[in-house]
Ligand binder design. Structure first.
Ligand code: 26Q
Length: 820
């Protein structure tokens, strides 16, 4: 597709000129980083025109907008993605080629913005891409952390965290907007005042405050000139640090505010699916929420004078409970600043806020100690007290005499503020992120709420953007798909992928498909050689588990199985065994000791296995350091097998599973999260499903677990690998290094239950499923067909589909078009 706005000669001139004005250099003298900047500014130049046109259109059409509130946006690199969405990738690549500049090398200079942990943050990024592509007015609202997700180094097999100073060279795509700064207040006390008419006013005194400064990022829609905005807030002290001040009190206040501002946005909490009740985290939450809601109200009021109709133009979607103070902040503004009465304010709030739940894991639920909460956010706390008081009254009216309901459902209970309860009570929609997950919410975790307000509950199965995870990450396959479908329309309508099914029996097509996979495996093998110094054979099965490290995701099951295979290969060298490369990638939260032990174990087993010449390279293991969006794109493209082996019921949805599927890798997995729907789409014969069902897991849990000793005592293969954790095999004779992992599997004392995640219980079924993977892979034609069908059946899992469902069922947005 020719894009006239990227007329080659003009673009080249622009780049040359940027190098000159930014760095006083010529193209030949410029460093790769400088070239990245110069190219990015040239691209930004074009984006800005569309950005302006889009905002003008919003001004004219006044469509309803969604504010997607999220503590995390895991955007990944912008340059390549923007070029793809502007349909200018090829032209720009050619133009740069002519200048002797390699676009891929330039792309590699961009820091990979990691303002998120994992699934939840990446989902937010995919949603922004889809919203812009579908032409819906949307703002992403978040925090401009100065340090994103840490960089992971592996030293002596251990994870070491290094700071991610992603802003150090400046960011070409961001736009600082000081004119939209907002003040955010913390602490102090609330004084009650009465005016002449006898009305009550709440005045916050003795507070500390910071100035929230927005930075805007363009979100480029695919081939439609729509450019939305991701607005992330930085913090600055509100009173200028006045060194000439003679007033000691002011001096101290200035220092304090300086510190508050510096700390608040310093770093992303690297916890995934785990809540740690840290005061600074709550400060971060209120900081970006208060600024975002204030800005949204100002924007609304510019065009509308009836605040009671807010819900007709605005909806706030809360990405998990992290932004839930939004409910009370909106109430505060309506009550204290707009002067509305409680009922009016509540009526507006409960038509404007909606909540997405991403987990059922108890340790991930946010519950703030009341003393901390009320000290930091005194007015917000008062408002939550009143919300709670009225809600408890309503529970008692609905269920007279049932104080159990009150205890289970109240927002304030046992000295805690329960954010999920607040989100459900105030939200007009509560959604889960995959069908199974939503059913578990309705029937187990949130049963009481579902019974009382069933109309709020709905499912929105997650999705991913094919623009990044196929077009950008796997251009070979993208081109092949276009060729086979005879259209590029799949780029904005992934359901068209089903048209590939007719190639599933075409020998030539299957050969092409697998040869693309092979090329992507070669590309990954080169990356691995360069980064790990390990040689892997692209003809071996690439079996991949990449995701955050968490016990419930069961990387330990995978590694125990590798240990088992290694024992088999050594014991039966005569048996045929199809060569496999087990690839892992995972970051562990810095304070999650057991997760870090699992990383060390993976690396230790890799050391032993990779250096054992006697197994003839039948088994290889690779731990990819610093798994992140940019290397993920290559990994998905190169995978043969997708490991999705969470304990059933624990993975709300998963989205990595969809990225593998899109790239033609069949799933080995449990019936958990979106795996259920993947199997439904691709057919049970094109996946390798094993293990306990979520009902079985929940049943065991309700009955105090199961006894892993029965398995340990009766299955010698399993006993052997478990014992190998403490016999020094993988620890240079050290019997204590993995004692805790051993205990976690067998010993009730080490955790509340032995083998909480049913690893030994599912082991045999997993090994059996892996055996079936091997047999299927040996049959080249069968495997090729299976892989192709995975790509062909992935249509449902586009975030375009997910967003369209949010729009129809929850947000009710108007579509806009931008012409230039
Ligand atoms: C909470 C409190 C304090 C500090 C950190 C946190 C915190 C941070 C991140 C809690 C949870 C998260 C992230 C959760 C997450 O990524 N969940 C995943 O969301 C995906 C998108 O819906 C799902 O596909 C995954 O199944 C789910 O695990």
């Amino acid at each position: 597709m020719y894009n006239p706005r990227f007329e080659k000669e003009a673009f080249k001139k622009e780049v040359t000129n940027n190098v000159k004005t930014l760095f006083r250099r010529t193209v030949d003298e410029a460093t790769p980083q400088q070239l990245f900047q110069a190219v990015s500014y040239a691209v930004k130049e074009v984006i800005i025109d569309d950005w302006l046109a889009t905002q003008k259109k919003y001004d004219e059409d006044d469509p309803k907008m969604v504010y997607y509130m999220s503590m995390e946006f895991l955007m990944g690199r912008a340059l390549g993605n923007n070029l793809i969405n502007m349909t200018a990738y090829t032209e720009v690549k050619e133009a740069l080629d002519e200048m002797g500049i390699d676009l891929n090398a330039i792309e590699d200079e961009e820091p990979d913005p990691a303002l998120g942990n994992g699934g939840l943050g990446r989902l937010a990024a995919c949603f922004l891409d889809s919203l812009a592509t579908l032409g819906y007015a949307a703002y992403g609202c978040g925090i401009r952390y100065h340090y994103g997700m840490f960089k992971q180094k592996i030293e002596d097999g251990y994870q070491v965290e290094k700071p991610d100073n992603w802003l150090k060279d400046g960011n070409p795509f961001e736009l600082r907007r000081p004119e939209y700064a907002k003040e955010v207040r913390f602490g102090g006390n609330i004084r009650v005042e009465y005016d002449e008419e006898g009305r009550t006013h709440f005045v916050q005194e003795n507070y500390e405050s910071v100035l929230a400064i927005p930075y805007d990022y363009p979100i480029v829609g695919y081939n439609n000139h729509v450019v939305n905005t991701l607005r992330i807030w930085d913090a600055e002290p509100i009173v200028d640090f006045q060194l000439d001040s003679f007033d000691r009190g002011d001096y101290h206040k200035a220092v304090e505010q300086q510190n508050l501002a510096k700390n608040i946005v310093e770093v992303l909490y690297p916890n995934d699916n785990h809540y740690a009740g840290k005061e600074l985290r709550l400060k971060q939450q209120y900081f970006f929420i208060s600024a975002s809601i204030q800005a949204a109200i100002v924007k609304y009021k510019k065009k509308h004078d009836d605040i009671t109709k807010l819900c007709e133009k605005v909806t706030f979607q809360m990405n998990d409970t992290h932004p839930t103070v939004a409910v009370a902040e909106l109430m505060r503004i309506l009550l204290d600043e707009e002067g509305l009465g409680w009922n009016e304010a509540w009526n507006i709030t409960t038509k404007t806020c909606a909540y997405t739940n991403h987990t059922i894991m108890a340790e991930a639920l946010e519950k703030w100690p009341i003393d901390l909460f009320s000290r930091l956010l005194p007015r917000i706390y008062q408002i939550i007290q009143e919300i709670d008081r009225r809600f408890v009254e309503q529970i008692r009216k609905t269920y007279p005499g049932d104080e159990g309901k009150v205890k289970r459902m109240a927002i304030l209970m046992d000295g805690q503020v329960k954010m999920a309860h607040l989100a459900i009570v105030a939200g007009y929609s509560v959604n889960g992120v995959a069908r199974l997950h939503t059913e578990i919410l309705k029937n187990q975790e949130l049963k009481d709420f579902y019974q009382m307000m069933p109309e709020k509950f709905n499912n929105k199965t997650n999705g991913i953007t094919q623009r990044r995870f196929l077009m950008h990450g796997n251009s070979l396959l993208a081109d092949w798909v276009t060729d086979k479908l005879g259209t590029k329309d799949w780029i904005t309508d992934l359901s068209l992928m089903s048209g590939l099914k007719r190639w599933a029996d075409d020998e030539e097509a299957l050969k092409e498909f697998m040869s693309i996979k092979y090329k992507n495996k070669e590309r990954l093998a080169e990356y691995i050689l360069e980064h790990n110094g390990i040689e892997v054979d692209p003809r071996s099965i690439f079996d991949v588990q990449v995701k955050r490290l968490h016990e419930y995701k069961r990387q330990l099951l995978n590694i125990l199985h590798v240990m088992y295979l290694y024992n088999q290969v050594k014991e039966h060298p005569e048996k045929s065994f199809y060569p496999r490369t087990f690839i892992f990638g995972a970051k562990a939260s810095a304070g999650y000791i057991r997760a870090k032990q699992i990383i060390k174990l993976i690396n230790s087993v890799a050391d032993v296995v990779n250096n054992d010449r006697s197994i003839n390279g039948k088994l290889k293991m690779v731990f990819i350091e610093d798994y992140r969006v940019s290397n993920a794109e290559w990994i998905f493209a190169a995978a043969d097998v997708s490991e999705q082996i969470s304990t059933a019921s624990k993975e709300a949805s998963g989205t990595g599973n969809m990225k593998f599927m899109l790239n033609g890798a069949p799933t080995i997995g449990t019936m958990d999260g979106a795996n259920v729907e993947i199997v439904e789409e691709v057919g049970i014969d094109n996946a390798f499903i094993f293990g306990l069902s979520s009902d079985e897991v929940i049943h065991f849990e309700l009955n105090g677990g199961y006894n892993p000793m029965d398995i340990y005592n009766n299955d010698p293969d399993i006993r052997r690998v478990v014992d190998q954790l403490v016999d020094g095999t993988y620890a240079h004779g050290n019997t204590e290094l993995y004692r805790d992992l051993y205990n976690s599997l067998l010993n009730t004392k080490s955790s509340s239950r032995a083998d909480m995640y049913f690893i030994l219980k599912d082991f045999r079924a997993y090994a059996q499923a892996q055996q079936e993977v091997e047999e299927a892979y040996r049959d080249k034609d069968r495997w090729a067909k299976m892989a192709l069908l995975n790509t062909a059946c992935c249509g449902k899992f586009s975030s375009d589909r997910t967003i369209q469902e949010y729009v129809e069922d929850i947000w009710h947005l108007d579509k806009i078009t931008v012409e230039v």
